[in-house]
Design a protein around this ligand. Structure first.
Ligand SMILES: Cc1cc2nc3c(=O)[nH]c(=O)nc-3n(C[C@H](O)[C@H](O)[C@H](O)COP(=O)(O)OP(=O)(O)OC[C@H]3O[C@@H](n4cnc5c(N)ncnc54)[C@H](O)[C@@H]3O)c2cc1C
Length: 532
């Protein structure tokens, strides 16, 4: 039995995937209108399709089809926007701004800016141009594509900045062919590997080896899908940044989102948004001053790649309590008393049963594994940081990009005899960075190449550790972050062997051509597609 008459069906059809079933998707409607429709659920007993029909399509004051017959619903946007003004700005019900979203492209932005944009967690999904598959040495109008930071370009350092960055990109360009030849001679093609797979895998390896030369000023492209609420917070954070480029990107994003989801991002540029940005900027500046006051005389002696700074010795019992909790009517404290009387064998049995028969790393244990946390301090090259930074569920915080911790030269580059050129470009970058840093400390970070070590901390729970370590130790990963994931695994295993026991898909092996097996699998997929 359908809820709608034939004429109503005709009006509604373009906007829903079906009109008869209780599960349906919305289409061909502006984001703000879809959001406004959803938020009516909390205030009406009508079905959503009927709300659209009665409160928008046939409501004479809305003029649903009038102003934009080619784009029905567009005129209803103003009604939906008025609704948002009332609920968001009037009542401050922020969650309604999660009901609509936008796809946003940010092109030709520096890696400094890309990392700040990708600091976002809940509500934003980024995808960035890869340093593994795309060459970064293309020139436009005879110039390499890196950000010419305005304060540096207006300073006495401008010529040295450009000369140093050009030198890095020239080195990247000049080393590519000889290094690719070296990689191919070290890992010759066998008869199981197609030309396509071999060329892809060896090129990816060469790009991986050379990425250390790319400075943080390197321009990249990032796309985001996100909801309105996440974009509003992002805009506030961008306005609070110390980097002029990032402030400018924020203004550019505001301008474009004002076109597609204006209601959701209106508050970012209001007094409220500006005050919030000021609050964030003040706190960052004041904390930095205190850090300088209390830490200025200290120096770092620690060079360990991965340090497990904090873990909970009581983790096992907490996790087992959480595993049993949903299957009981006892309080958490009462269950804990029972758990405290269990034998080690019984505890392990419960943990193993909960983790279950994992057939692949995609079989992830559940929320009880979120009960315990680990804090790691990492000192690794910026290239690895850029990759691992993308895990949004963890708490990650970096220090400023520096040349003070030295750089990494990949073993393969040393073995190829090309290390002197590689090192010379990095050493020049270090010296330029130090000299700019005297006058423009924040902007000087644009010079730092990915080969330099940076320090950051990661706090993550056991559940995310399973995902993160198994994914990032996988054969196709970059060796820079594979070794971090492997070390994190060893450290968790040392302190919590029972909890790490089911991390069955950690890959501790070393590979010479990381992408090869993935490319071979891709060949099989291509073959099976064409043989169908
Ligand atoms: C081999 C390899 C190559 C890669 N190449 C590229 C590349 O070329 N370009 C690029 O941009 N990135 C690349 N990445 C990064 C990748 O796209 C992910 O951003 C990164 O691996 C983080 O993974 P995650 O989202 O699973 O992890 P987390 O952000 O830590 O999230 C953990 C889990 O939580 C859930 N989750 C978190 N946030 C959301 C959300 N918003 N919506 C739904 N579920 C969510 C998912 O189940 C997710 O697996 C690459 C990663 C690998 C391992």
């Amino acid at each position: 039995m359908t809820e709608f008459t034939e004429s109503e069906r005709q009006l509604l059809e373009p906007f829903f995937t079906n009109l008869d079933r209780p599960i349906f998707a919305l289409r061909n409607l502006p984001e703000v209108l879809k959001g406004a429709l959803f938020s009516r659920y909390s205030r009406t007993e009508k079905s959503l399709r009927r709300v659209l029909l009665e409160e928008f399509i046939t409501a004479p004051e809305v003029g649903f089809f009038q102003a934009a017959p080619q784009n029905p619903g567009l005129t209803a946007q103003s009604k939906a926007e008025a609704f948002y003004d009332r609920v968001l700005i009037g009542y401050g019900d922020d969650s309604v701004a999660e009901l609509g979203g936008a796809h946003l492209a940010c092109e030709e932005i520096s890696n400094i800016a890309a990392k700040i944009l990708e600091d976002s967690r809940l509500g934003l999904s980024p995808l960035e141009k890869s340093t593994r598959y795309v060459p970064f040495n293309k020139k436009v109008n005879g110039r390499y594509r890196y950000y010419r930071e305005p304060a540096i370009m207006a300073s006495k350092h401008s010529a040295e900045y450009e000369a140093t960055l050009d030198h890095l990109f020239d080195t990247y360009t000049n080393l590519f062919d000889p290094l690719l030849a070296q990689v191919q001679s070290e890992t010759p093609q066998d008869n199981q590997t197609s030309d396509r797979a071999y060329v892809s895998a060896t090129r990816a390896k060469t790009f991986d080896l050379l990425r250390g030369l790319l400075p943080m000023a390197t321009l990249t492209n990032v796309g985001f899908f996100g909801n309105g609420r996440a974009f509003e917070y992002l805009l506030v954070k961008l306005a609070a940044s110390v980097h002029a480029e990032v402030n400018e990107i924020g203004q550019g994003i505001q301008q474009e989102l004002d076109i597609v989801i204006p209601s959701f991002v209106k508050r970012a540029k209001s007094d409220r948004g500006q005050q919030y940005a000021q609050y964030l900027a003040n706190n960052a500046r004041n904390s930095q001053q205190l850090a300088h006051k209390f830490l200025a005389d200290q120096f770092t002696a620690s060079t360990e790649l991965v340090t497990l700074v904090e873990f909970d010795p009581d983790a096992e019992s907490q996790v087992v309590t959480a595993i049993l909790y949903p299957h009981s009517q006892l309080s958490q404290a009462e269950i804990r008393q029972v758990v405290d009387r269990l034998t080690p064998i019984e505890l392990q049995e419960i943990i193993n049963t909960y983790a279950g028969d994992r057939q692949s790393r995609f079989h992830r244990p559940g929320r009880a594994f979120e009960e315990t946390y680990y804090t790691f301090d990492i000192l690794a090259d910026l290239g690895a940081y850029r990759d691992l930074h993308r895990h949004r569920v963890l708490t990650q915080e970096r220090q400023t990009y520096t040349v003070d911790h030295g750089f990494e030269v990949p073993e393969e580059v040393i073995a190829s005899g090309m290390a002197p050129a590689y090192q010379a470009a990095l050493e020049r970058a270090a010296s330029t960075m130090k000299s700019i840093e005297q006058d423009l400390p924040a902007a000087a970070q644009y010079v730092v190449p990915f080969a330099f070590r940076t320090r950051w901390r990661i706090k993550l729970n056991l559940r995310e550790a399973y995902h993160f370590i198994e994914l990032r130790s996988a054969a196709q990963g970059h060796p820079g972050y594979r070794s971090i994931a492997q070390a994190m695994y060893q450290k968790i295993l040392e302190v919590h062997p029972t909890l790490a026991a089911n991390m069955s898909f950690v890959d501790l092996a070393e590979y010479r051509l990381e992408r090869l097996s993935s490319e071979q699998k891709l060949d099989l997929k291509i073959q099976s597609k064409f043989s169908m």
